[in-house]
Design a protein around this ligand. Sequence first.
Ligand SMILES: *Cc1c(COP(=O)(O)O)cnc(C)c1O
Ligand code: SF4
Length: 363
Amino acid sequence: MLTQQQSTIITSKETLGQYLALAEDEWLFDADLTNTLPLKIPMYFLNLIDPNDPDDPIRRQVVPRWQEQRILDEEQLDPLCEVNYSVTERLIHRYQSRVAFLTTDVCPLYCRHCFRRRFTGTFQGPASKEQIEKAAEYVAVHPAVKEILFTGGDVFTLSTKALEAMIQTFRDKRPDLVIRLCSRMPASYPMRIDADLIAMLKQFNTAPFYLMTQFNHRRELTEQAIQAVRMFVDAGIPAMNQTVLLKGVNDDVCVLEELCNTLVFNRIKPYYLFQGDLVSGTAHFRVPLKEGLAIEAELRKRLSGLAMPLYAIDLPQGGGKVPLMQGYLSEQSGCGLWSFRTVEGEIRTYPDVREQSASGRPQ
Ligand SMILES: *Cc1c(COP(=O)(O)O)cnc(C)c1O
Ligand code: SF4
């Protein structure tokens, strides 16, 4: 049931202070500084926080701290160089076969770890009709593009009608284009996902949609969140999850193990586990790579292939995504013998295919 309280959205530190006893580093966050990601937490998500735990993993993701306003030398506002890869005002073409479209900068809540803070929450609003048409024209003449990511911001902050018009514009030009709906809405405000939205999506059946969620902790998978995702999956839209590895939130094997197993149980495939990008003001969230790699190795022991996400890093200076894992292929010795380390740490060798010598041929 949607109560009055649930529809409340917290946007100021003072109001937040009425619900949570703010710690000093939370009070010291200056919401008036320009270039700061706005404070925005829907009551639904605030209710997931344990008010008695100052280190609550849900709280960490949405309650800003002063550390966010400290910018390190190695950090940048746009380390992925998305601006350089923009081919129209809101369309990023970084990889051959897929493009990312910034549908809006608005989100139902602002994650303090957001890597797209150069754009997110900058009060620009949904893409204009012209911006949508320009992007659609681009994909129309680039048949190598097979998928488009509707990202932002959060695509489901658009009204169902506005989203329908946007999809129609792209489908008119490219009926074959796979559309990824990248949204944190099932986690941040699952009540937005309604029968109307799903029915609208189902009209477009010339190419599939994929739902790309962001769940970072098991506790975000509430009954309502699970129900929201179930509506997509029941409608034939597969769900994939992208988790950000966050210090104090999920930098723990047991926490990630439970998250991934719960995702699979609810028909959500764990897709990526992201190393934190070098984005301004996010240093307090970054987990050292060495720890991340150790977590990945332990997860690989415990989780099924289905439940195991790919740990990846989006390299600075627009280097793009590359997978991260400890080397299992340790060395190549002579005579085409490859040496492997097993997941449990033992050694096995694999004799590679060799050129058949004349005498080795069957007679
Ligand atoms: C991550 C990303 C994609 C999608 O990459 P996949 O590895 O296919 O998930 C596409 N465009 C941009 C700009 C991205 O950052
Ligand atoms: S939902 Fe995504 S775009 Fe929005 S604030 Fe969170 S990480 Fe950033």
